[in-house]
Design a protein around this ligand. Sequence first.
Ligand code: GLU
Length: 312
Amino acid sequence: MISKLQMEKLQTIYAQAHTMTSKGKAASYIPALAEADSTAFSVSMISMDDTIELGNCSETFTLQSVVKVLSFMVATHHHGIEEIMRYVDVEPTGDSFNSIVRLESNKNKPFNPMINAGAITIASLLPGQTMFEKVKSVTSFLEEILNKQVTINNEVYLSEYHSADYNRAIAYILQANGFLKSDVEVALQVYLQLCSISVNTSDLAKIALYLATNGHNSEAKCSKKIINFAKALMMTCGLYNFSGKFAAFVGLPAKSGVSGAIIAVVKDGEIEHLKGPIGIGLFGPAIDDVGNSVAGIDFLEKLSKEYDLFCL
Ligand code: GLU
């Protein structure tokens, strides 16, 4: 049993980060996300045998770009790293997540699977022919990690679909250059459906723990090599245009989404009574200009410093 005093350091980090929600605002590019309570902030941390929860961890939200890690692993498990790298590179860009600007350089190949261009290519490469089969390949993988059924938030999906001009444009450029393995519509709908999967912070923490343990003891099958590949991508490209600074100041593989979700992976650490591999899931819908949860980033910066989690 953990004493109140021990948790005080963590509670202070949480309380300080919570005040940062006033410095950001909920994503406004679709109404379904703009309605989120921008003062919300919750954190789940899970080790192999214990949990810490701060804030309202049962609140649900959509995975958004965090799903890019899962779809990358599923597609790569299916095709192998060599084949995947014929379609998408693993280089950071420093451009915004939906940027089109580099699709005419690097031999037209998307720079990495964590930006939209790469993620739409990956969506087209998922196992199965139809939209349903491709979406199912990722939801089944996630269900095995979480040991429960997952649902797609249809309101968010429809909202995304009806404001997908940039993503549709990206998909057409990818198709024109031979980097789509399905129709434009299938790739686009799969990508947007996956962004709209509903989760809570405990689910995020379990995804992060899966990565931290290299899939140890999980029904969800993916090789250690591919999981390490995914973590390298998170470290170099996971936090939009803040990825370099996050790697330098926090030093943890992480991935964020515009819903205010973040997963962060602690390979081996000690946070209060949690020891060993730890998965961290955060939700704070107030995001900054590049798309990261302001409270989430602040919390992880302080947590990494106070508990010496920097993994490089
Ligand atoms: N559905 C969003 C889009 O592609 C995902 C954005 C994100 O979380 O980065 O526009």
